[in-house]
Ligand binder design. Structure first.
Ligand code: UDP
Ligand code: MG
Length: 345
């Protein structure tokens, strides 16, 4: 059960990791050093292994064996970063949570600054990139375009140049735990929650080891996810395209009638007809595809499957800043057990 009064002296650092065996041993000491600089705060680190196929889990077990402030969660397979983060955040039923990438792109050295903002009363302190040194120009351009588009289409604020690197206050976490949708565009969900939000500029470093899990194709799907989850504007495209073609057809029809009356009908115009047929067919297919995108997502929601399944849960040893021993607990805040997790809350 979530406590009646928010706990203000506990911070959990949540790190989703998928095939990060090379990066984690470099990252963990940096997180530890940053946490040790925090006074008057109980801290723990929660690593979520998102179905890694390399030695990530073994590496994590070694880290946990050496550091009593580390808890581990292993999902039954790869569910994707959004689900892995959700699994981790679901376990933060007390205190605040700090989200960090496992590859060192989000510098753990800044954690005390995030905490300071939280102390000032901010609920969602989000890291805002002031440099994208690790990214190539194409990715940078695509990102700019995407943020501009979603800013136009969606009523939910999704700040540009912002990732998952952020600190969430207990009440923001609690609100987030109530959003159990399957298609999880986390940046949008954070924005939807609202409360007092505050950017914290930082320089994004290149990966410390390993390679990116997000190919261009995956990013494209991610963008689609973001737009369809937070806007229904694309559905309206069909309406406007329909109205415009109908108006054009009306004007065109008048012209054809006038032409026939004046000069007679010589059965020509095959090319015109083909162009019109193909154009209309294309517009109709695009409209159908758009409807299909939304319908497919609706289908996934209707199935009510859990968001993730938990394979193994290693809580931090008792007494050492671990607020709970078992991830299972019902209520509004759904959790994973060893068999099922992340049910609708
Ligand atoms: N990640 C994950 N599950 C996945 C893909 C990625 O947990 O299916 C984690 C990954 O281990 C890393 C973070 O998400 O900690 C960001 O991934 P990555 O660095 O590959 O993305 P990029 O920074 O290149 O966008
Ligand atoms: Mg990265």
């Amino acid at each position: 059960m979530r406590p009646q009064f928010p706990v203000h002296d506990l911070l959990t650092v949540v790190v989703a990791a998928c095939n990060e065996a090379d990066a984690l041993p470099l990252l963990h000491p940096r997180i530890r050093a940053a946490l040790d600089r925090l006074a008057g705060l109980r801290t723990r680190v929660l690593y979520v292994d998102d179905g890694s196929r390399d030695d990530t889990w073994q590496v994590l077990e070694r880290i946990a064996a050496a550091d009593p402030g580390v808890a581990l969660l292993r999902l039954s397979r790869n569910f994707g970063k959004e689900a892995a983060l959700t699994a981790g955040l679901d376990l933060c039923t007390e205190g605040a949570a700090m989200i960090l990438d496992a590859d060192g792109q989000d510098p753990p050295e800044l954690i005390p600054e995030f905490v300071a903002r939280w102390r000032e009363g901010w609920d969602d302190v989000y890291g805002m990139r002031i440099g994208r040194e690790g990214d190539r120009w194409f990715r940078r351009g695509a990102a700019v375009l995407f943020y501009r588009l979603i800013g136009r289409l969606s009523h939910t604020p999704v700040p540009a140049d912002t990732g998952d690197y952020r600190l969430l206050s207990p009440r923001a976490l609690h609100a987030l735990a109530g959003l159990r949708e399957r298609h999880r565009f986390m940046k949008g969900l954070f924005g939807w929650v609202g409360f007092r939000r505050m950017p914290l500029p930082y320089r994004r470093s290149p990966r410390i080891a390993g390679s990116s899990k997000f190919s261009l194709w995956r990013l494209w799907n991610f963008a689609l996810e973001g737009i369809t989850s937070f806007s229904t504007a694309p559905l309206r495209v069909a309406t406007y395209a329909g109205i415009m073609t109908a108006m054009a057809a009306f004007v065109g029809g008048l012209a054809i009638v006038a032409k026939t009356l004046l000069w007679g009908d010589r059965v020509a115009g095959w090319p015109t007809m083909m162009v019109v047929i193909l154009f209309l067919g294309g517009v109709q297919l695009i409209a159908l595809g758009l409807i299909g995108e939304y319908l497919g997502r609706l289908y996934d929601e209707a199935k009510q499957r859990p968001l993730y399944l938990v394979d193994t849960w290693h809580p931090a040893p008792a007494g050492v800043s671990s607020p709970q021993e078992q991830p299972a607990d019902g209520g509004a805040h759904a959790h994973g057990t060893s068999t099922a997790g992340g049910q609708a809350g």
